[in-house]
Design a protein around this ligand. Sequence first.
Ligand SMILES: Cc1ncc(COP(=O)(O)O)c(C=O)c1O
Length: 384
Amino acid sequence: MGIYLDNSATTKPYQEVVDSMVKSLTEDYENPSAAHRMGMKIEKNIKEIRRNIAKTLGAKEKEIIFTSGGTECNNSIIRSCANLNKQRGKHIISTSIEHPSVLNTLEDLEKDGFEVTYLPVNSEGKICVEDLEKNLREDTILVSVMFVNNEVGSIQPIKEIGNLLKNRKNKVFFHVDAVQGYGKVDFRPSRYNIDFMSVSAHKIHGPKGIGFMYIKDGINFKPLMTGGGQESNLRSGTENVPGIYGIGAAISKLFLDLNGSIEKMNSLKNLLKEEISKNIDGIKVNSPKDGVCHILNVSFEDVRGEVLLHYLEQKEVYVSTGSACSSKKKGSHVLNAMGLTPDEIEGAIRFSLSDMNTEEEIVKAVEILKDSVEDLRKIIRIRR
Ligand SMILES: Cc1ncc(COP(=O)(O)O)c(C=O)c1O
């Protein structure tokens, strides 16, 4: 299978996740809305999973709403906020380094007359809270900031932003895209004054096509999906029971020792950084020192990231040049916003780890990386 270092794109499901999903498809396949005993059993199991998820966040059960994943959460939350508050104001603040599921939703709202301020980031990929404060207006209705950036791993000052918004005269809703933060940083949305949050299961060893929104109790919400009234009328559609069983199993395993998992990823990331710095010259680490535990972004001089990615792939080392969603497009909007030069952007590789990786894999991957970079530089330098 090789060495998989592309865990920000997606993670390998835990075996427990696969087992629970097989059970759901072979034994627990009834509709949880059915009035009979079998359906009610599934409903009860979903309730328990929801309770377990809520516990990981110090939240209430009813604050957790299952969706099809991060993209749906971001769309639903931002569009709901815009729709319900447009009489009060049409100004939204976000950042220039959000995931496309936020950026493209905001762009869509701009076509409908909303005004969006995209905060810049510094060379570490972080926004400045004072900058946010300066941009708040009477008609600002929503602030949407990602917890952890998916390309470089910078962690945004979510607690400080929450504190700032708490004291506003006019309510400003606070949405956090926590797709790369949940399961990588231990936090409680209520302590950070978060109103809405987006989470996806496939980034934490769960299945694809399932995630959840955190919607703070008491906040009005206009569902994107209307229909049979599932999920307390907030997200209609027959429940994705295999997905819910899968996310439930993933969370049960991960949160048994969340700090242990975070520590392991941090030490693997440090080893990776040290090995690269020690063995390969002409590199630039783009991730901040205090970045998240699982992402390391590095630029290699005189190498095109895309070519290196495919060179490594032949040797069964799997990495990425940016986010999976944007990797086919030109350039990285995140590295660009951080002020990297075009050559640095072109030479960037994102390594992303999971607690399934080992030290041996990291050492081996860097050996292969070193040879690959040397080979590619030889070719490039001969051509010059
Ligand atoms: C920060 C961030 N937000 C949202 C998403 C979208 O999540 P999903 O793949 O579940 O739609 C991703 C996925 O890469 C992400 O990294």
